[in-house]
Design a protein around this ligand. Sequence first.
Ligand SMILES: N=c1c2ncn([C@@H]3O[C@H](COP(=O)(O)OP(=O)(O)OP(=O)(O)O)[C@@H](O)[C@H]3O)c2ncn1[C@@H]1O[C@H](COP(=O)(O)O)[C@@H](O)[C@H]1O
Length: 96
Amino acid sequence: MTDADVLDEVFEVIEDRKETLPEDSYTASLFTHEKGENAVLEKLGEEMTELVLAAKDDEREEIAHEAADIVYHMLVLLSMKDMDLADLRSELEDRR
Ligand SMILES: N=c1c2ncn([C@@H]3O[C@H](COP(=O)(O)OP(=O)(O)OP(=O)(O)O)[C@@H](O)[C@H]3O)c2ncn1[C@@H]1O[C@H](COP(=O)(O)O)[C@@H](O)[C@H]1O
């Protein structure tokens, strides 16, 4: 499986959770008032700090863990704004 595949798959799951809102889903809880957009923004801020600290300490596993947390919460944010990976890809492609 390529990196692009797993990103697409996780985004699809996020979109599904947004629509079906299962009770036991962390992702779904972010789309309800219970947590909401502010929780996602706070998480992104915390995780960015944790990523910087992990990088300073050269903790490779921790760097990967924090980077994955950031990517997941960033995908949730894109979905909250009714955006998707195509928006991200086209922005990156425009810079080449
Ligand atoms: N990639 C993720 C993912 N990354 C992080 N998280 C959750 O985000 C929350 C916060 O992450 P943290 O690392 O900060 O968690 P923590 O250890 O509680 O740390 P603190 O809150 O104590 O700081 C935790 O509850 C994690 O489980 C995620 N929850 C879900 N996914 C993906 O979303 C899919 C659907 O998940 P559900 O919506 O839960 O079904 C999963 O199969 C995964 O692919």
